[in-house]
Design a protein around this ligand. Structure first.
Ligand code: UD1
Ligand code: UDP
Length: 355
């Protein structure tokens, strides 16, 4: 039995191709949902759209502090893993659910594969960085999405267990993409939810000042965390008064793809969305000082902006003004060939059957 542990929106999106690939190979597998994301728009919709079966169990951890989430997931997961006794646990990304999975499975001596191994932001203010480091070092196999993450794994002495598979989010994107692009009615697509950007009022204020300077129609499917923080800081009315900004509820994956393909520019602090910008053909302003998708930054596809630094904002605005949609044959290709799940399944098979 193979167990997939997921709990957050981007993890459902990463899970779909690997689940389907293993299913095609007749593996026995089950999904454990930590319940870290529980709103239908952050969870159920992805199971429906991506045709993922219902989880075997939902641990219903809900929201809390980092320690509450991590410890709570560990308690529920330990019981479930003892009962299931799987041959492998597959972890995704870098959330508190991932960290809990790594600690719990390792102590039960269950082999772990980590999808998105080797990624580093080299940024201490980033809570996910600790999750990545622990998950990678406790894993038996690392599926690295790009050369940069493979190199990071090598630097940390993990090359023997690290493999370049390409990025599984590209598999999902290709399988869901209708190919239709809307060139008229172009938009700026914006999402942000990182703790570093949402949890301080002055940081939020600098982001609002930046939004006011953006030219064009902005659509923002807003993460509930961002909405909650804006309300708590008394900034909700101010942000809603920005005329060219339309705030909407988080959208499903299909709608997200069509928004990305309408965008001439994407502004985000999301790891997933900033990379998907290159699949969809819109350049990206990344609103965080952390390291992110090095190749796209070097290729000047992503511009990294510190919203609290005036000079950085000025450069970002110029970058944004010049951004136009990029034709499919001119988009950079750093994240594999869209068959990451096949490579991952081959590697799992090798490990399981020692072939
Ligand atoms: C989490 C991950 C982050 C990932 C993101 C993907 C950690 C530390 N963070 O951030 O790495 O990029 O998911 O979206 O694991 N909330 C709801 N409904 C929900 C879930 C959350 O309203 O279904 C609200 C709650 O107020 C909660 C807040 O969002 O307190 C934050 O949720 P949490 O799961 O702690 O972190 P995210 O910001 O979602
Ligand atoms: N996404 C979505 N609807 C939204 C916002 C994001 O389907 O309203 C998708 C997005 O296309 C990407 C993933 O969710 O595939 C990224 O999730 P998120 O930004 O929450 O997390 P991160 O990538 O930062 O961990």
């Amino acid at each position: 039995m193979i167990v997939h542990l997921v709990g957050n929106r981007p993890q459902f999106i990463k899970l779909a191709p690997l689940y389907h690939e293993l299913n095609d190979r007749n593996y026995e597998q089950c999904i454990i949902h930590s319940g870290q994301h529980y709103d239908a728009g952050l969870s159920d919709i992805f199971f429906q759209e991506l045709n993922i079966p219902q989880p075997y169990v939902n641990l219903k951890i809900g929201s809390g502090t980092h320690a509450e989430i991590t410890a709570g997931v560990m308690l529920g997961l330990e019981k479930a893993l003892i009962k299931i006794s799987p041959e492998f646990v597959i972890l995704y990304g870098d959330t508190d659910t991932t960290l809990a999975g790594a600690l719990t499975a390792a102590k039960l001596n269950i082999p772990i594969a980590h999808v998105e191994g080797g990624i580093r932001t080299h940024y201490k203010g980033n809570p996910e960085e600790y999750n990545r480091i622990v998950a990678d070092h406790l894993s038996d196999i690392l599926f690295c999405p790009d050369k940069v993450s493979l190199d990071s794994a090598e630097k940390e002495g993990m090359i023997e267990k690290a493999y370049l598979t390409g990025d599984i989010m590209y598999d999902t994107f290709l399988s869901a993409d209708s190919g239709i692009e809307t060139v008229e009615d172009e938009i700026i697509l914006m999402t942000w939810h990182r703790q570093e950007n949402t949890d301080r009022k002055d940081r939020m204020e600098s982001i609002i000042r930046f939004i006011r300077k953006l030219d064009g129609k902005i659509i923002c499917p807003m993460h509930p965390r961002t909405q909650k923080c804006l309300k708590n800081f008394g900034l909700w009315e101010e942000i809603c008064s920005i005329e060219n900004l339309k705030i909407i509820e988080p959208v499903g994956y299909m709608e997200m793809i069509s928004l990305m393909k309408r965008a001439r520019l994407i502004v985000t602090d999301s790891g997933g969305v900033s990379k998907e910008s290159s699949f969809a053909g819109a350049k990206c302003i990344f609103m965080l000082e952390a390291d992110i998708w090095d190749d796209l930054v070097k290729h000047q596809w992503i511009f990294k902006m510190n919203p609290e630094d005036e000079a950085s904002v000025k450069k970002a605005l110029l970058f944004g003004k010049q951004a136009v949609r990029v034709a499919e044959n001119e988009r950079p290709q750093f994240y594999g060939d869209g068959h990451a799940a096949t490579k991952m399944a081959d590697l799992l098979e090798k490990y399981l059957f020692k072939v």
